[in-house]
Design a protein around this ligand. Structure first.
Ligand code: DX5
Ligand code: ZN
Length: 226
């Protein structure tokens, strides 16, 4: 069942020289989760931050840390991100040969597991992972950078996943969140929500205009048109 929309600001668009302050500011502005984009310069053509910085940020917010790993390999770093305080760890199936095992590894550490689908990744893989995941993250841009434009075909993918997740939950399966990441704006947020997403990642759209604008930015994404 589609849940009330939650907003996960991506700190990729924050001021990296003042990250702790930025996390506190988006928390106070109404963020539901803090989205942490981890890039290794190998799986994606950009390098961001790792478990050390994630751990250093942990005391700055009590909101769940939604850690999006764009790294390969994944398994070797799962424990470090769990120790750093991640509440959700999502990874791309292309990053390793055994995504099912990676999900089990994440959950064994008491962390929710998420699978991320790139724009060209089919939804089928989710069928066989449903029992092992708590979240599906649909990429609506190619991963690696903030500030890109929303790829419209993500909407069909979200609708398909909404149907899969609803069918799973109606059969008594555990709840699974459906998140979308990339190019979320005041214009695209309502489309993603209408297609069935219940978590929206927003980097540029949260942080634009500086700290005084964060609360209004987040509100506008959660309830478009208000
Ligand atoms: C892209 C990242 C996104 C990114 C979103 O690889 O996974 O989380 O920060 O940025 P915007 O919202 O600016 O598209
Ligand atoms: Zn992300």
């Amino acid at each position: 069942m589609q849940k009330p929309v939650r907003i996960a600001p991506s700190i990729l668009s924050a001021d990296f020289a003042r990250l702790g302050e930025e996390v506190r500011a988006v928390d106070a502005a109404g963020a539901d989760l803090i989205h942490v984009d981890v890039m290794d310069g190998h799986f994606v053509p950009n390098i961001t931050l790792g478990p050390g910085i994630t751990k250093a940020l942990r005391p700055h917010s009590a909101k769940p840390f939604d850690v999006h790993l764009m790294i390969a390999p994944v398994d070797a770093y799962v424990e470090a991100f769990a120790d750093a305080g991640a509440n959700i760890i999502s990874f791309h199936p292309e990053a390793g040969p055994h995504p099912h095992r990676t999900c089990q590894m994440i959950r064994k550490l008491g962390v929710k597991s998420g699978i991320v689908l790139n724009p060209a990744t089919p939804v089928d893989i989710v069928d066989w992972l449903l029992p092992e995941i708590d979240l599906v993250l649909v990429m609506s841009v190619n991963p690696g950078f903030g500030g890109q434009s929303f790829i419209p075909s993500a909407l069909d993918k979200i609708s398909q996943l909404r149907r899969m997740i609803d069918a799973h939950e109606e059969k008594g399966g555990h709840p699974i969140d459906l998140e979308v990441d990339g190019g979320i704006t005041r214009e695209t947020a309502p489309l993603a929500i209408a297609a069935g997403a219940d978590m929206l990642v927003a980097g540029t759209a949260t942080f634009k205009g500086g700290p005084d604008a964060y609360a209004a930015n987040i509100r506008a994404l959660r309830a478009p048109g208000d």
